[in-house]
Design a protein around this ligand. Structure first.
Ligand SMILES: [Zn+2]
Length: 91
């Protein structure tokens, strides 16, 4: 996966910021989409790309102010969860 980042949690189940590892992530917005939508994320390494519909959350980190994008996406019977497109941050 070229630009995707695996999500991480701490021992309490808090989702961690992919930029700084902080656990204070806020949900700024949510977009749900159908298969074939312009928002559908396409992996480079998957045959036929990633096309299944899903949801995209824009998050905001209270520690470093980055805006990671969290995807939950369906493809051929599997559901994937990953980050892409971190904006901002202090690093
Ligand atoms: Zn952060």
């Amino acid at each position: 996966m070229a630009n995707e980042t695996t999500i991480k949690f701490d021992d309490c189940g808090h989702l961690l910021c992919p930029e700084c590892g902080g656990e204070y992530l806020h949900i700024e917005s949510l977009d749900a989409y159908a298969a074939g939508s312009d928002l559908d994320y396409k992996f480079d390494c998957r045959e036929g790309g990633m096309r299944g519909g899903g949801a995209r959350f824009t998050l905001w980190c209270e520690f470093c102010h980055a805006k990671p994008i969290l995807h939950i996406q369906h493809h051929k019977g599997n559901t994937y969860i990953f980050h892409t497109g971190v904006e901002g941050g202090k690093r």
